[in-house]
Design a protein around this ligand. Structure first.
Ligand SMILES: [Zn+2]
Ligand SMILES: [Zn+2]
Length: 347
């Protein structure tokens, strides 16, 4: 059997390749891909050659937000069978170090998400072979498109757990891209009751409103301190938690000034590796700055939130393409024409 997949050979150099599928190991599952969502990480790999502070090693696969159907199982696999609808948790880890044994596998030093061969080819493909323990079954009540949003939704679930979002808490979300919007709906499902979302684009704030933001604020003018005062005026008080989802130093600075003393600032977006922010201001007001990297044991929760209709992620999907149109999908998404938020590719 052969597989056709998209490979990134260098900056903006996406190519289609076809190769035989290697034999399955006993603990492997082969899935036939149905939907792939493109995300900022894919764009950053293709157009900037890096993700966060990691340089992309070519050639590499692209696509990691996926729903699929099980095509074949290795002989040790018991939790899924041929024909099951599933989603894939990308990024393997060693399962042996102290962090993995403590369940904190997302920060395992041998974790292989960005750097490497683990996702070569990636999920933007006809087929994908992966370790069975990272294949999660989807219930009938979760659609294929929703299944492809489980991955970024898991990031939002992890961020909400790291921030200890609980009933009645208030939150500032800086940045209304896909992750910011998913943090918004997930925080509401976790019980947050007063959420203000900021962005530099009106169209994104309109989407935030549509997805349940209590307030929005356009942050195209003024400095972080004056914006923080506006946040306080609109919300009625300073928020308990800020989720920084813009990946900018402006967002981080606003978060530091806006968050209540003894509150939490969760760094979800990946900014430039080094930025200047008013850190002492956070120190003297005892604001906890919390890192977030991907997710750990969050897929079952994300799938349940979708299955029980506790979050509605459908408004995020603004554009749909066929597999053959992958180049067009990337270009359109990169230029963010028509306010593209999430592109979904049918494989
Ligand atoms: Zn992603
Ligand atoms: Zn490990």
């Amino acid at each position: 059997m052969e597989n056709t997949y998209v490979v990134l050979h260098g900056l903006k150099d996406l190519r289609l390749e076809t190769k035989p599928i290697p034999p399955l190991a006993d603990d492997d599952v082969l899935v036939r891909i149905k939907k792939v969502g493109l995300c900022g990480t894919d764009l950053s790999m293709v157009y900037k050659g890096r993700t966060g502070d990691l340089q992309v090693q070519y050639p590499t696969g692209v696509g990691h937000e996926v729903s699929a159907v099980v095509s074949q199982c290795g002989k040790n696999v018991t939790h899924v069978k041929t024909g099951d609808r599933v989603t894939v948790e990308p990024g393997s880890f060693c399962r042996q170090c102290d962090l993995c044994l403590a369940g904190k596998y997302n920060v395992c030093a041998k974790s292989s998400f960005h750097s490497d061969v683990a996702l070569y080819p990636g999920c933007l493909a006809r087929y994908f072979k992966y370790k069975a323990h990272l294949i999660h079954k989807l219930p009938d009540s979760v659609s294929d498109e929703e299944g492809a949003i489980v991955e970024p939704l898991a990031v939002a679930v992890h961020a909400c757990r790291r921030a200890e979002v609980s009933a009645g808490c208030s939150m500032l979300v800086t940045g209304a891209g896909p992750i910011g919007l998913l943090c918004l709906v997930t925080a509401k499902a976790f019980g947050a009751t007063n959420i203000l979302v900021t962005d530099i684009k009106d169209s994104r704030l309109a989407m935030a409103k549509r997805m349940g933001a209590d307030h929005t604020l356009l942050v195209t003018s003024g400095d972080a301190q004056s914006q923080a005062q506006q946040v306080q005026q609109i919300m009625g008080y300073q928020p308990d938690i800020t989720m920084e989802c813009s990946g900018t130093k402006e967002g981080l600075s606003l978060g530091i000034y806006a968050t209540k003393s003894r509150g939490k600032l969760v760094q979800v977006g990946l900014s430039a590796p080094e930025v200047t922010v008013p850190l002492v201001h956070a120190g003297v007001r005892e604001i906890d700055i919390i890192g977030v990297y991907r997710y750990l044991n969050c897929y079952p929760i994300a799938i349940n939130l979708l299955a029980k209709k506790l979050v509605d992620v459908k408004p995020l999907i603004t554009h749909r393409f066929n597999f053959e149109e992958f180049q067009k999908a990337f270009d359109m998404f990169y230029s963010a024409e028509d306010g593209a938020i999430k592109c979904m590719i049918s494989c």
